[in-house]
Design a protein around this ligand. Structure first.
Ligand SMILES: Cc1cc2nc3c(=O)[nH]c(=O)nc-3n(C[C@H](O)[C@H](O)[C@H](O)COP(=O)(O)O)c2cc1C
Length: 191
């Protein structure tokens, strides 16, 4: 798979087969994130790999799926839920640029996983206090993102953005996803 193919396929996935994601894939994703670029090379991020069945089960009610869709469509049901999560934590005192580090790390994790056919959903709508408590994340640190992982049980296709600029993703009758993206010339200007 060339890089463009990787980025086309590496969409957000919200329903998964229940085949577990192997620990070696999680480790490879985190190893790649560990060596990613970091503002000032300060490396303020820490990760919690949530892989044990009990821990993964405890995560499920603490994340919120698909703000653009009604819950009965966007929220994975029992038997469709992710089989692992990675928590991305910013250490207390991290510099302002550290949110860029979070984005870089999240993308590295998602793309590394996708090279193994593992889909992901970056999740910002999470119950931070409850997740921090459950996984012993220090009070002073910031839980910035949870990344859901699993083998996708649906497709997701990029489509052109409609003329009215509506950016909400939507599903068809099989609950396969369609994700409008702005046109190249609408987002890029050469100078
Ligand atoms: C910072 C960030 C936070 C997100 N938070 C959530 C979330 O809490 N729940 C969810 O279902 N999707 C979440 N998403 C996924 C977006 O909805 C998704 O990226 C967007 O619809 C575009 O789809 P695509 O990733 O397939 O291009 C988040 C994505 C990003 C980048």
């Amino acid at each position: 798979m060339d890089l463009h193919e990787l980025y086309v396929g590496c969409r957000t996935y919200r329903r998964f087969t229940q085949e577990p994601v192997g620990e070696e894939i999680v480790r490879e994703a985190l190893e790649n994130a560990r060596i990613g670029s970091s503002g000032k090379n300060a490396q303020p991020l820490r990760y919690v790999a949530v892989t044990s069945p009990e821990a993964v089960r405890d995560m499920q009610p603490l994340v919120k799926w698909a703000a653009a869709l009604p819950p009965e469509i966007g929220t994975p049901k029992e038997g469709e839920q992710p089989t692992a999560f990675i928590l991305v934590v910013k250490k207390a005192g991290a510099i302002a640029f550290s949110d860029v580090d979070v984005g870089i790390a999240a993308n590295i994790i998602a793309t590394t996983a996708w090279t193994h056919g593992v889909g992901s959903c970056l999740m910002g709508a999470i119950n931070g206090p409850k997740i921090k408590e459950r996984f012993g994340i220090p009070e002073e640190d910031t839980l910035r993102l949870a990344i859901a992982l699993g083998y996708p049980a649906h497709s997701s296709t990029i489509v052109d953005m409609p003329a009215d600029g509506a950016f909400d993703y939507y599903v068809d009758e099989k609950r396969d996803y369609y994700v409008p993206k702005r046109a190249f010339d609408d987002v890029v200007r050469f100078a």
